[in-house]
Every structure is written in structure tokens, then in C-alpha cells.
Design a protein. Structure first.
Length: 251
């Protein structure tokens, strides 16, 4: 009898252990496929009014979860509707109007600046510490005529990790910046609209988001498609990537 009781207790323990494992597995699956996505979805909804590009990118990364596609479309529709004009003249150059909000306009220079590497050496680098950021907010900004420069607003620039898990760095406070991957996706209706030209040629231009590796930065290709793998930040192809500054200005 004692042996049978021991066997019975062992079987009960196995059953209880098995049930516990099943419940733990169910909880993990719920966390991965239900709880976490819903948390991210709610967080994206809260970003719409303050950071529409961040919200758009978050919904994009969710794929077909809930109404992510519809939310993306609505954000882009509202952005396009916010523009009172397509281009403006600013300090002697033509700029695309990407967004209007709270008495300010987000502008992207239509004519590219000369090509230059994203950084001064081949290294693991983010926008925060890049030579490109230093150049745009220093040497380039100081060339802007004073009466135009005073209209440029310092703004918080959100620097998110890449889809490959590369660190985007800390958020920064900038007067001049490059678009992120998410912004380049949101503010243009299609690849054709993203095409930039230098002379008679279509050219690649830099984004501030990280690429496939920590020493790569994302780009927009010559045909306007988003180059999510990016280009090494220095040397080789980096010397053939052009620059399109973005600025927020008062209306």
C-alpha cells in the first residue's frame, strides 16, 4: 500500500508540474502575442498628437495587428492635409513643406547639399555623436542668413533603434537634422516623391537612423526607395551620399 501511495503522489506531482508548465507557456504566449502588442498599440495611439512620425513608425512595425494599417493611413492623411503649400523659399533655396503644426513648418531642403560621409571615421556611431550632426548644427547653420536663422526652432529629435536592433542613440535637441527612416516613410506618398537630384542625376541621401550594423546609417536610394540596411558611415560609398537638411521654422 505504501508503494502505491508513493506512486500516486508522484503521478499527482507530475500532473501538477505539467499543468504549471502549460499555464506558464500560455502566459508567455499571451504576453508575446496579446499583452505586449496591445501595450505597444496603446502607446502608439498616445504618440499621434505629439510625435506623429513615431506613432506612424510604431504602427508600421505592428504589421496587421488590429487597425495598424488604418491608423498609419489616417496619420499620413492628416499630415498631408496640414500643408497649406507644397514648397517655400527660405534663405534663397527651395524647401519642401512636410508638416505644419502649432504655428511651425517642418521643411526639407529640395536641393541637396554636396555629398559627404555621415561621420569622420569608420566607427560605431549614432546621430547624437556623428560628425554630420556637428556639421549641420555648426558650420552649415552659421551660413544661414541671420534673419532666417532666427526663425529656425530648436526641437527634440527622436532617435529610435533600427529594425535590426541597432541603437539609435539618445534623443537630441537640434536646430538642423536629417530625417529618420520613419519620417522618410511618413512624409512622402511614394518612392517617386523621395527622389533627390544633383544636377541631372538621381542620388542617394542620408537619413539619421542606424542601418544594418552600428557603423551603418540608413539612406534613401537613387530611385527613392528606403535603404534600411544603409551605408557605412565613412569611406567608399559614404562619399557618394548627399545631404538634405530638415528644419522646423516659425510661420
Amino acid at each position: 500500500m505504501k508503494w502505491f501511495k508513493q506512486q500516486s503522489n508522484a503521478i499527482k506531482a507530475c500532473i501538477v508540474g505539467g499543468v504549471a508548465l502549460v499555464l506558464a507557456a500560455v502566459f508567455v504566449l499571451l504576453s508575446i502575442f496579446v499583452i505586449a502588442p496591445n501595450v505597444h498599440y496603446s502607446r502608439a495611439q498616445r504618440l499621434i498628437s505629439t510625435d506623429p512620425a513615431g506613432a506612424h513608425e510604431a504602427f508600421y512595425n505592428m504589421g496587421d495587428f488590429r487597425q495598424s494599417s488604418e491608423m498609419m493611413q489616417q496619420i499620413q492623411t492628416d499630415i498631408l492635409a496640414s500643408r497649406s503649400e507644397d514648397t517655400v523659399q527660405f534663405d534663397g533655396a527651395t524647401w519642401l513643406v512636410l508638416e505644419e503644426r502649432d504655428g511651425r513648418m517642418l521643411l526639407l531642403r529640395e536641393e541637396v547639399l554636396p555629398s559627404r560621409p555621415f561621420h569622420g571615421a569608420f566607427a560605431e556611431i549614432t546621430w547624437e555623436n556623428s560628425a554630420m550632426r556637428t556639421y549641420l548644427n555648426g558650420q552649415w547653420l552659421h551660413r544661414v542668413s541671420p534673419n532666417y536663422r532666427e526663425r529656425i526652432v530648436q526641437t527634440e529629435v527622436f532617435n529610435r533603434d533600427s529594425r535590426f536592433g541597432m541603437d539609435g542613440g539618445e534623443n537630441t535637441q537640434d536646430y538642423v537634422f536629417l530625417l529618420s527612416m520613419g519620417e522618410a516613410r511618413l512624409y512622402f506618398a511614394n518612392d517617386q516623391a523621395r527622389i533627390a537630384r544633383a544636377g541631372s542625376s538621381n542620388v542617394f541621401w542620408w537619413l539619421r537612423s542606424p542601418g544594418l550594423q552600428a557603423d551603418f546609417a540608413a539612406t534613401v536610394s537613387a530611385n527613392g526607395s528606403l535603404g534600411i540596411t544603409g551605408t557605412p558611415v565613412h569611406g567608399g560609398l559614404a562619399t557618394d551620399r548627399y545631404v538634405r537638411p530638415a528644419i522646423w521654422v516659425t510661420v
